[in-house]
Unconditional design. Sequence first.
Lengths: 113, 113
Amino acid sequence: DTEVTQTPKHLVMGMTNKKSLKCEQHMGHRAMYWYKQKAKKPPELMFVYSYEKLSINESVPSRFSPECPNSSLLNLHLHALQPEDSALYLCASSQETRAREQFFGPGTRLTVL
Amino acid sequence: LAKTTQPISMDSYEGQEVNITCSHNNIATNDYITWYQQFPSQGPRFIIQGYKTKVTNEVASLFIPADRKSSTLSLPRVSLSDTAVYYCLGRLKYGGSQGNLIFGKGTKLSVKP
């Protein structure tokens, strides 16, 4: 299994809602990532998990809260988002953080109203 | 940080060979050059990676001259399905054991019939 899966595919939420994005991989990868991608822009790194521990937070606002329950799962909890947070949220994994080959999921298209 | 520069867009026709050049003037001696492909509404996909000279796989070839200040991704006989954004990546953002990807602006390749 060489896939990274993400749910849901689409999410619409209000600014007062709490929602979560989920990501799963079964490749035995020990590094997992969250990226944010706005329309016609490149992906921007948000968080890096290495061996289930948060190793990098790219100064992301606290309304985004990552969680890594186990080596196969990565969540992104969302609370009190702003309309400008609307974007494609991509999850990726790699064997380790030094690896340049990352496997990306299809993303969750988030719209904040 | 090593910055990469590549054309914003390119047009081609089916069956042609496409060469996309990326400039990375201040790449470090231990950095690899990596290319990703992204289709609309999908996550990026690793294509190829190299350090110097030429690397070829089933998808593309990568040419890196001796000074390593640039690299060229070559796609042989493109088809409509090769229409995508192609990203050239140089240095990992943090290097060492906490490396991760910095996506440049990418080249939007449009293949026409």
